[in-house]
Design a protein around this ligand. Sequence first.
Ligand code: FES
Ligand SMILES: [Fe+2]
Length: 348
Amino acid sequence: MANLSQKNKNEIQYPRDCTFSLQDWTVLSNYWYPIAESKEVTEKPLAVKLLDVHLVAYRTKTKLVVARDLCVHRGTPLSMGWVEDEEIICPYHGFRYRPDGVCTSIPAHPDAKISPRLCMTVLPVVERFGLVWTSLTGKYDNIPSFSAWDHSDFQQINCPPFDIKGSSGRQMEGFLDVAHFAWVHTETFGDRTNAIVPRYQVDHTEYGLHVEYLSSVSNYSKELQHLNPEGFEWLRVFDVYPPFSATLKVYFPNGGELWIMNAASPRSARETRLFAPIARNFDKASPVEDVHAFNLQVFIEDREMVENQKPEDLPLDLQMEAHIMADKTSVAYRKALKKLGLGDLYTS
Ligand code: FES
Ligand SMILES: [Fe+2]
């Protein structure tokens, strides 16, 4: 009974119709990505996709579970099922699975022994910065550090997840690109008459890259530009956690700090769900809706570029695109991705 002949069910295999090359998928599967906001994951199973793998996320009374969205009996998505106490129930024949993946009940044969191989594939999971993070293998810890999220001097805000029909590599590179502010962000904080990118330095760290960028580009929204003190130098500090997460700290006048995380979740090589936790130590009483609206506009401005760039994949062969001095971070980012083992003409 329930005699499975397939190989190890607990390992997620390279998916059919995968949009990544086998090499790139294998490398990327070792890292962590956010897949949902914490508040989206409830007792009602939620279907999500990561690296072309369909996953289900849900909460039992005591546990947060992320698993492969597949019942090994007849391939039904478990996200179509429901949770009762500690178990998720498949809607097709009622098999029940515990949070550790063990199948506890086959209603058609209540007395039969259940093979231990008949189980749900459960993935590692953590909750950080109001997000649920998972990894297909859990091998490397690349989750950014973002201490303002736990600091009482700061207000913590999660921007609603934002979908982009583009690769996570292109999206992330856009977040690190300082030359586009003047051109793309004209409705938010950029200014066409302030396009010069001063020299800056990129440092390599244990986790990735550290960049301190000093310029006169103000981070105030258009309506608040009058608050920008004459001659003020804006410091932006980027920390990059390859493959697809980074943080940016923007230092405002009078000690204000705005921290923004860009955590790109590669649903496939052509679809990215962007998660952006934000923390700030000023304007804490202002409505969060204003922060959502401002950032939404920034994301929309960026999306127009990312969805139209060609090739869609971020080229890691540096000969493929032209680079200028202002691209120092992008070039270092591409080299860092290549070092992870991603293919030359990479993909997402
Ligand atoms: S397909 Fe899930 S119980 Fe049969
Ligand atoms: Fe941008």
